[in-house]
Design a protein around this ligand. Structure first.
Ligand SMILES: NC(=O)c1ccc[n+]([C@@H]2O[C@H](COP(=O)([O-])OP(=O)(O)OC[C@H]3O[C@@H](n4cnc5c(N)ncnc54)[C@H](OP(=O)(O)O)[C@@H]3O)[C@@H](O)[C@H]2O)c1
Length: 417
């Protein structure tokens, strides 16, 4: 049975709903809702992926209920999954059970509350996979449904729903974007040769995969030394989706005004560049970068921008996922700030040696017990290279926002309608 999240070619994180675990009726319908939700991957940020199915109770003699409406949230600003499913049910929602992968919203955002739509449609019961840690929801959606006399069951396939919405849920709980650190190294852990030359560490297939990772995130970040050494464009090439916004960590505003990252992408869309600088950065340099089209922000930190303050700034701008592309100096600062959630590490079968740069600088772990572990590790051959991908292991969270836990909260026991 494989229930781990994994990195897939066209996405950052996906999940594997089909496994050999026996499913209750509730779980079978929630699996369908999760599959629907998946259809929105790449187009819903800053919103989550959400799927919904409406199921009428089984007729006498039938094994299980009948799906009368399906919906998913397809694009930020568009209708929510519950509303799409209710419309698809064409008046047959009364008395149905709604299976929703994320707690229905109870506030007026870009669209009216989904709780009210479910109540007005006369659904008899709501089954939710995970609660929504968005401070405007956080259990209030469930409370509102229950207050209207609708029984609500929470926690069905919560682990799969958590894996599916990992970037959104992490961003909401932490108040910062979910961060995936991608790096490409030789077998001896070098990201470049001794001269700093890094073209190319890995082969075509791995580099194509990196474009797929870029196409699935809201923003990509590098340190200024990588800009000065490699002059990367940081675009998404091929048919892997849009180019993300670009972020440079650059204490003294040394990014050249003619850096390639200012260029438009393949589709001629203009680059969206943010440069985080230290508060001591020379004013003439920051002015020159602004004139070149960059948004220059000093989030705090005199010589170098503070990582967590910079991430909070990105969160305010509704950036929910960030691909950290190095180099090793910036990656070490992110790790020290406990701001890496996941790692995608491409290893090429070659040896470099000498004093070539490594994928993680900084002070390092003094003892092996102090090393950072990965969990849910996934290994995959990508061309001639190996991709090792996994989640940064953290101690169990304490003090999570109220209502943010996916802990089952069953008010009814049960099978399918
Ligand atoms: N193979 C790969 O996947 C890959 C990916 C990226 C890079 N590379 C290679 O890696 C090398 C560059 O890596 P690098 O480690 O030397 O540099 P880096 O991580 O790209 O940039 C480090 C610089 O970022 C600036 N910075 C701004 N805010 C910071 C903060 N809060 N914490 C830390 N640094 C901050 C600092 O310069 P200031 O003090 O001036 O602010 C620092 O020296 C190049 O040779 C490049 O080719 C390889």
């Amino acid at each position: 049975m494989n229930r781990r999240a994994r990195v897939a070619p066209a996405t950052v994180v996906t999940y594997e709903p089909h496994n050999d675990r026996p499913r209750s009726g509730h779980e079978r319908f929630m699996t369908t809702a999760l599959e629907l939700a998946e259809q929105g991957r790449g187009t819903t940020s800053p919103n989550p992926l959400v799927g919904c199915v409406l199921v009428q109770p089984a007729h006498p003699g039938a094994d299980h209920g009948a799906i009368v409406g399906r919906g998913h949230h397809a694009v930020a600003g568009g209708p929510h999954a519950e509303v799409v499913a209710l419309e698809a049910a064409e008046g047959f929602a009364r008395g149905a059970t709604a299976y929703v992968t994320l707690e229905p919203c109870s506030h007026h955002g870009r669209t009216p509350p989904c709780t009210d739509a479910l109540i007005e449609a006369g659904v008899a019961k709501v089954v939710v996979a995970t609660l929504d840690p968005d401070p405007r929801v956080r259990g209030r959606g469930v409370e509102r449904l229950r207050a209207a006399g609708i029984p609500v069951e929470v926690g069905v396939l919560a682990d799969l729903a958590e894996a599916q919405n990992e970037p959104y849920l992490t961003a909401q709980r932490e108040g910062r974007p979910w961060v995936l650190y991608k790096t490409a190294t030789s077998l001896d852990g070098r990201t470049a040769a001794t001269s700093g030359d890094a073209r190319w560490v890995t082969g075509d297939a791995a580099r194509d995969r990196v474009h797929a990772l870029r196409g699935g995130v809201d923003a990509v970040a590098v340190g200024v030394a990588t800009v000065l050494q490699d002059d990367p464009r940081l675009t998404t090439r091929g048919d892997h989706g849009p180019t993300p916004r670009k972020v440079v960590f650059d204490g003294a505003a040394r990014t050249p005004v003619d850096a390639a990252l200012f260029l438009p992408d393949e589709a001629k869309r203009p680059a969206d560049v943010t440069i985080f600088v230290g508060t001591d950065a020379p004013a003439e340099r920051t002015a020159a970068l602004e004139a070149a089209g960059a948004r220059v922000v000093a989030p705090g930190g005199a010589a170098r921008p503070d990582v967590r303050a910079a991430l909070a700034t990105l969160h305010e701008r509704e950036i929910r996922s960030l691909l950290l592309e190095g180099g090793g100096t910036l990656a070490a600062a992110f790790l020290a700030a406990d701001a890496i959630d996941r790692v995608a590490w491409f290893v090429a079968p070659k040896l470099v040696g000498g004093d070539a740069p490594t994928a993680l600088a900084g002070a390092g772990a003094e003892r092996m017990i102090d090393a950072t572990d990965l969990t849910d590790v996934h290994y995959e051959a990508v061309g001639d290279d190996l991709l090792i991908e996994g989640r940064i292991a953290r101690p169990p969270r304490t003090g999570a926002p109220e209502g943010a836990s996916p802990t089952p909260d069953r008010t009814t026991s049960g099978g399918a309608p």
